[in-house]
Design a binder for this molecule. Structure first.
Ligand SMILES: Cc1cc2nc3c(=O)[nH]c(=O)nc-3n(C[C@H](O)[C@H](O)[C@H](O)COP(=O)(O)OP(=O)(O)OC[C@H]3O[C@@H](n4cnc5c(N)ncnc54)[C@H](O)[C@@H]3O)c2cc1C
Length: 742
């Protein structure tokens, strides 16, 4: 490539730049007229020359000739113009004309060119010696270099394409690879058992497929439920040979949810947002079962799984585990509103496809001459219920598509009749963000004529309209909006599977919205260290007060003291605070000024805290600990944490086994408690984006959109999806969005 670039540099210097430079004009002229007998001006093709390289070279000269010769040289009186009949040039001629070569410098033609270049600047018939050629101007030098680079790039791309085809040809296989494969009888004909006497899938059909799989066959069984953000983070962190890994999920792909709103209007293609789970688990030689977890039997350590079999009937079986990770995500919160079957949701790829089809279908219906005006306005009325990031991003994407692509391909009347409404129950959209961010988003939407209806609650969704109540001057007013599409995006709630587990675990699970875990992400109520829950389906219980009070009480009894009469000095309080920080890392931020807290809660100013005062102090810390957000960021951090911890536990297993240690708080012994670090939030709002990074927030136009894209590009799960994302963004820029439904 370097050689090619260098050749092209020389070529352009000698040919292209000279053809346009002051001095070089005469060179071009001379060369053109010299070359004219052998190459007719115009479509001189490389095939007529002995080599394509020379073809290019000759072409540049001929092209100069076609432009320059008639104007500059009306006659053929130039001293260097070859008069006489047209003769084909001998083949050595081409080889001797390689630009920059010694031969080129010494050949008769080159001499003629040099002579022409000097003579053309002299008055005709002058006998003065030729002046030295003027140095080339920097602009031409720059141009020649630029052209050389462009040429070099073309050569590089050409080579890359050829290289790709060579590689591609090696990826096809002739004939099938058939060989003996060892499959255990237990895999083909599983034993039955468990509380429901179902088949137990102890051995998988691909356990003996290859060396790598054989290595993990007898390792502890790690079963992961779900193939989303939490699970994939665990899989990416795990050491390959430590566990026999099985992922169970009804979808066989990971979905990059933050960009899902872009797929609803064709900015991005659906396939650019998904990565096959089997590709992800390959790193850990894992197994995948496309099925749905229905229940868990904690005492038998079995997950009950369902799947529709080849006959179309639901079939159930058990998958045994040593360690179970529950990361099944969440479902949309219906908030008890009637008529949600008339809404679209945006949770997975099918939802995005459905929305895309419906948007395009409504646009097409609105174009029909038989569609009455009122109906057209209804079809083109898009309502989003929920002013969180998902609702806002969908409204923004929809607006962008209508604004940028609709007018190009649809009747202009449609643009005037379209309306986008965003219904939000709170007083601001993006209300979990900083106030300046939500104001920026509101101003942007006001400018773009996206109708933001705050303090409004949807009561009912009918097939053709939504009915909602808006607070106007402190009074509720019932209103309705005709709609052609309503997106319901109003928060998340617990899937049925998690509700079933919570009910089974009884008093250990008190949260109605998610499965409660301790700070080591172990499911509360399940046998210690067997089951973990991460991501949207879980919440970390921060019962600092109960936990520490119990701890101090036990300590007091152990030292033969009655906890109720205990007097806690500042030095004791420091030790207690250290314990709180270790067990509840999220509380660290609230335990910065220990002295201040101590004095504040020492109500009787005795210089010590009694048991009641300590309890009050810890309760105040409890109240400050908010539950972690249901975001990809949190699921990812929890997955990473769990993956690292499982690696540590696998490494520690031999030592624990040797010392016959099987029970107790092994998690706490090998690894710290989970601590969430909020890295910031971002949202897209119609050709602009907002970022919230701690106490600092930024919003901006296209530069922010590029930054927003860069963040997600970097976070994307694989190189494959990154390349697809980039191609989609290019495609949108070059050809617009695909407004098709299928
Ligand atoms: C449109 C949209 C935009 C979002 N944008 C952002 C954003 O910009 N930033 C951000 O941080 N977060 C965002 N989120 C939230 C983020 O996607 C979730 O917080 C994250 O996906 C939670 O990860 P998870 O692993 O808990 O669950 P998920 O990623 O939802 O994965 C759940 C998995 O469990 C599987 N599953 C479900 N039921 C069962 C079952 N019974 N048995 C076995 N498997 C089951 C599912 O098929 C899926 O594979 C967005 C969400 C949506 C829907």
């Amino acid at each position: 490539m370097t050689v090619a670039a260098a050749s092209l540099t020389r070529l352009s210097r000698a040919g292209v730049a000279f053809a346009i430079s002051g001095n070089g004009f005469s060179i071009a002229r001379a060369a053109a007229l010299t070359a004219a007998p052998s190459f007719p001006v115009g479509p001189v093709s490389a095939s007529k020359t002995p080599s394509s390289f020379h073809g290019v070279y000759a072409r540049s000269f001929s092209a100069s000739a076609s432009r320059c010769a008639p104007d500059s040289f009306p006659g053929s009186s130039s001293p260097i113009v070859g008069a006489g009949p047209r003769q084909p040039l001998p083949s050595q001629f081409f080889f001797s004309r390689r630009p920059g070569s010694i031969a080129a410098k010494t050949s008769p033609v080159a001499a003629a060119i040099r002579s022409a270049s000097t003579q053309s600047d002299k008055p005709a018939g002058s006998s003065e010696p030729a002046a030295a050629p003027r140095p080339r101007r920097p602009v031409f030098a720059f141009l020649s270099r630029a052209l050389a680079w462009i040429g070099g790039s073309f050569v590089f791309i050409g080579l890359a394409i050829v290289g790709f085809f060579v590689y591609d040809s090696t990826t096809y296989k002739e004939g099938a690879e058939m060989e003996e494969i060892a499959v255990s009888n237990l895999a083909l004909d599983p034993r039955r058992g468990g509380p429901k006497n179902l088949p137990i899938y102890d051995v998988q059909i691909d356990d003996a497929d290859c060396e790598e799989r054989l290595r993990t066959k007898d390792k502890p069984k790690l079963v992961i439920l779900g193939g989303g953000w939490g699970s994939v983070a665990v899989l990416k962190e795990l050491n390959p040979d430590d566990y026999h890994v099985t992922v169970i999920s009804p979808t066989n792909y990971f979905l990059f949810t933050p960009m899902l709103p872009s797929a609803t209007v064709g900015t991005l293609e659906l396939k650019s947002l998904v990565e096959p789970i089997r590709r992800i688990i390959k790193r850990v030689n894992g197994h995948f079962l496309r099925a749905r977890a229905e229940d868990v039997d904690f005492s038998y350590k079995l997950v009950e799984v369902s799947q529709v079999d080849h006959t179309g009937k639901e079939t159930r079986f058990y998958v045994p585990y040593d360690k179970l990770v529950v990361s099944v995500g969440s479902v949309t919160n219906p908030h008890g509103v009637k008529g949600l079957e008339n809404c679209c949701f945006l949770k997975d790829i099918h939802d995005a496809r459905k929305i895309r089809n419906l948007v395009v279908q409504n646009l097409e219906l609105a174009c029909l001459p038989t569609t009455p005006d009122v109906e057209r306005r209804r079809l083109l009325s898009f309502v989003v219920s929920g002013g969180g990031p998902t609702g806002v991003e969908f409204a923004a994407e929809l607006y962008d598509m209508l604004n940028e692509d609709l007018s190009k391909h649809y009747p202009r009347l449609l643009r005037n009749e379209i309306s986008v409404h965003l219904v939000q129950s709170r007083s601001h959209i993006l209300n979990t963000y900083d106030e300046t961010v939500s104001r920026y988003a509101e101003d942007r939407f006001a400018r773009d004529q996206v109708d933001v209806l705050t303090n409004s609650r949807v009561n009912e969704v009918r097939p053709d309209r939504i009915i909602f109540t808006q607070m106007c001057d402190g009074k509720p007013v019932t209103k309705e909006l005709p709609m052609g599409l309503c997106l319901w995006s109003t928060g998340v709630s617990q899937p049925e599977f998690c509700q079933r587990l919570a009910a089974k675990l009884g008093v250990a699970q008190t949260n109605r919205h998610a499965l409660e875990t301790d700070t080591h992400l172990r499911l509360n109520g399940a046998p210690l260290g067997d089951v973990y829950a991460i991501g949207d389906c879980s919440t970390v219980q921060n019962n600092v007060a109960d936990h520490i009070v119990g701890f101090v009480r036990n300590l007091a009894w152990k030292h033969g003291k009655d906890p109720e009469t205990l007097e806690i000095h500042f030095s004791d309080w420091r030790r207690i605070a250290a314990e709180v920080k270790k067990k509840f890392p999220q509380a660290v931020a609230h335990l910065r000024r220990l002295d201040k807290l101590f004095h504040e809660f020492d109500k009787d100013h005795s210089g010590t805290l009694d048991f009641g005062e300590l309890r009050e102090l810890l309760k105040q810390i409890d109240s400050k600990l908010t539950s972690l957000p249901a975001t990809a960021q949190r699921a990812h951090q929890q997955g990473q944490y769990l993956g690292r911890k499982l690696n540590k536990m696998a490494r520690a297993a031999a030592g624990l086994h040797a010392n016959d240690i099987q029970d107790g708080d092994l998690d706490a012994a090998v690894y710290k408690a989970f601590e969430y670090h909020h890295l910031g939030s971002l949202a897209y709002i119609g050709n602009s984006a907002v970022f919230e990074l701690g106490s600092f927030s930024v919003s901006g136009g296209l530069w922010a959109v590029y930054a927003w894209r860069s963040v997600y590009f970097a976070q994307s799960v694989s190189m494959r999806t990154r390349i697809l994302l980039m191609m989609d963004w290019f495609k949108r820029g070059l050809f617009g969005r695909d407004l098709v439904s299928y």
